[in-house]
Design a protein around this ligand. Structure first.
Ligand SMILES: Nc1ncnc2c1ncn2[C@@H]1O[C@H](COP(=O)(O)OP(=O)(O)O)[C@@H](O)[C@H]1O
Ligand SMILES: [Mg+2]
Length: 462
């Protein structure tokens, strides 16, 4: 539950009185911790505790999110907030509740979002960041780009975010999995045609001309209050036509790539979970009792998973399907060495299925860098790589950037270097062995790295 709050003198000012009311509401809700509230309100614990601190009036969205998370009526709390601010007539467009949350009658109201994960942990600072892109009251909303490596939880984060805010977008929610599309130019415009149709434009009135189609789409987003989620975007050209700034609509994009070529977007980067969050996720998946009873073993399992949500989810579901097994025995097996591709697989989800296509689609030089990292050098700088391969630093940087944008490597600063998750390293090494074995049988090239990257005497081939 954390430290006790400092008492406030509710008589001293309307702001203090408002904070006092928020505290009472929280007490009436059974005094949930600020961390618990944060997971519902999607603001960080510090923002929420500050709202009830009595020093300054929280912003309206924070006040309402606080009240809602404690079961309060948002309209009632909006009224109280205005009173505390000394203004009883609304003077500004309200981001949370003052939007008329009714859709226009007779207008189709698409609801295309897939369901998100039920068990969700952490990411509070990132939610704050994503909300900031939306909270410009006078300005238009900026598209949010959620990026990060394979399996880090980009889709889960975006779904959580868009579902939580869906009621602010009463004219509908649009969704497209951009990875399911062909790689050519037409893809974004095909997606757009589908969106226009979902918003009520009859198929024969969807403009054939690209510019007209884009214009109609952006005009509709400007007029209506729509949430658009574009999942798994590959590169900038695939998403650029679908972006728009709008006062009423919000676009959210997820991508492994940083999409550095896009202008005017807000980027949210996701990394592995913290140790505490990883254990929270294991608890949700395996059960608190088992994790509490074998805390140290739970932590070793989380570490084996590199705190990567996809790996943790697979491991957690696997362990929960083996109720009699001790965590220490599982952690011991993992420490002895397992085949990662086989162990991190359950039902139809597998870490290898997520990582290997990303690996296979990289250019040969980038693959070679991965092999170097998988072979034991767990971090590398562009200068070291350039020396080792007798290539220019620019080529080395290019290869590494391609790995970052493929979601396989991440960059850390101070000192500037590149790291690979050990799990990805093991998958890559195992894949290289398998590949080399296959090639070795017909080409007698038994050097796994050379074989897997397609090295010939003349250099690299694709
Ligand atoms: N913050 C989180 N809390 C709980 N589970 C998560 C979280 N982030 C991701 N997951 C789970 O991890 C798996 C991979 O997440 P996903 O969003 O598909 O990754 P990505 O889109 O980055 O490849 C999914 O099963 C998802 O439900
Ligand atoms: Mg995804």
């Amino acid at each position: 539950m954390g430290r006790r709050e400092k008492p406030i003198d509710v008589q001293s000012s309307p702001v203090a009185a408002f904070a006092g009311d928020l505290r009472k509401l929280r007490a009436a809700a059974g005094n949930p911790s600020y961390r618990q509230l944060a997971s519902v309100a999607l603001y960080s614990p510090s923002v929420l505790s500050d709202a009830a601190g009595g020093h300054r009036l929280p912003t309206l969205p924070v006040a309402i999110a606080f009240a809602r998370a404690c079961g309060g009526d948002p309209h009632e709390w909006e009224r109280r907030w205005r009173e505390a601010r000394g203004d009883s007539t609304p003077t500004e467009p309200l981001p949370i509740v003052a939007v008329d949350d009714q859709a226009e009658p007779g207008q189709p109201r698409p609801a295309q979002l897939p369901i998100g994960p039920h068990d969700f942990v952490g990411r509070l600072a990132e939610f704050d960041g994503a909300r900031a892109a939306m909270s410009g009251i006078a300005e238009s909303r900026v598209p949010v780009v959620v990026r990060g490596p394979v399996g880090v939880g980009k889709t889960a984060f975006a779904l959580r975010f868009t579902h939580q805010l869906a009621e602010q977008f009463p004219d509908g929610q649009l969704f497209a999995d951009m990875a399911a599309r062909r790689a050519d130019e037409a893809a974004p415009l095909e997606v757009m045609a589908g969106f226009l149709h979902a918003l009520g434009v009859p198929p024969d009135q969807v403009p054939e001309d690209d510019m007209h189609r884009i214009g109609l789409y952006r005009s509709m987003l400007a007029e209506r209050r729509v949430m658009v989620l574009l999942d798994n975007v590959r590169d900038e050209p695939q998403v650029r036509p679908l972006l728009a700034r709008s006062l009423n609509s919000q676009i959210v994009v997820t991508s492994r790539s940083r999409l550095l070529g896009l202008d005017g977007v807000r980027r949210i980067s996701l990394g592995p979970l913290s140790r505490v969050e990883s254990l929270d996720l294991l608890r949700l998946l395996i059960g608190s009792d088992r994790v509490r009873a074998e805390h140290a073993a739970g932590l070793r399992i989380a570490e084996f998973c590199g705190h990567l949500p996809l790996a943790l989810t697979i491991a957690g579901r696997k362990i929960s399907a083996q109720p009699g097994r001790r965590l220490s025995e599982i952690a011991g097996r993992l420490a002895e060495g397992v085949n990662v591709a086989n162990w991190l697989r359950i039902g139809d989800i597998s870490l290898a299925d997520a990582v290997l296509p990303a690996y296979l689609s990289r250019p040969p030089l980038a693959k070679h860098v991965l092999h170097m990292l998988a072979g034991g050098a767990d971090e590398v700088t562009p200068a070291a790589l350039a020396r080792a391969l007798h290539i220019s630093i620019e080529s080395a940087e290019y290869a590494m950037d391609s790995l970052i944008d493929g979601g396989l490597l991440h960059r850390v600063s101070e000192p500037d270097r590149y790291l690979m998750s050990p799990l990805i390293g093991q998958l890559v090494a195992q894949e290289a062995d398998r590949f080399a074995l296959r090639r070795g049988q017909d080409q007698h090239d038994t050097d796994p790295v050379r074989a897997a990257i397609g090295f010939t005497e003349g250099g690299f081939v694709r």
